[in-house]
Design a protein around this ligand. Structure first.
Ligand code: DQA
Length: 143
């Protein structure tokens, strides 16, 4: 099984960015966790991060016919991007949404998610482990 992990804006700043909310683990720690999870579960897991909405849309489109699962943390675009929602619907690849923080216990505007209207599951507030849980969910359901 081939899984694409997509991270939106500022996720590359993990470890530096608001550590009281997102923790002290770095983006590099996240890449290590993904590599370990891939190895442990005998999966191909590729990671893509961008700060640009259209580039994320392009990446989702390019996943068509290549990946059989998507794990996506659209970051701030979660709350604004119909384009990312439409891209996910276009390729119709099973997808799980991840948020490192518990978006429900933060500002009101973080409670609504466009990608959640497509994704079959949302994992929030589990820190970096949420990515591992999302990958395992996709494996158990689709591998
Ligand atoms: C986030 C939550 C979003 O509201 C925020 O804009 C992010 C990160 C999370 O992983 O908790 O950038 O997606």
């Amino acid at each position: 099984m081939k899984i694409l992990v997509i991270n939106g804006p500022n996720i590359n700043m993990l470890g530096i960015r608001e550590p009281d909310i997102y923790g002290k683990q770095t983006f590099s720690d996240l890449l290590d966790l993904l590599a370990r999870t891939a190895k442990e579960h005998a999966l191909t897991v590729d990671q893509f991060q961008s700060n640009h909405e259209g580039v994320i849309v392009d990446k989702i489109q390019s996943a068509y016919g290549v990946y059989n699962g998507i794990v996506i943390n659209p970051a701030a675009y979660t709350h604004t991007s119909v384009a990312i929602l439409d891209a996910l619907k276009s390729v119709a690849i099973p997808a799980v949404e991840v948020h490192i923080s518990n978006v429900d216990s933060r500002e009101e505007f973080r409670r609504f998610s466009y990608p959640a209207l497509y994704c079959e599951k949302t994992i929030k507030g589990k820190g970096l482990d949420g990515y591992r849980q999302a990958i395992i969910y996709l494996k158990e359901k689709y591998a």
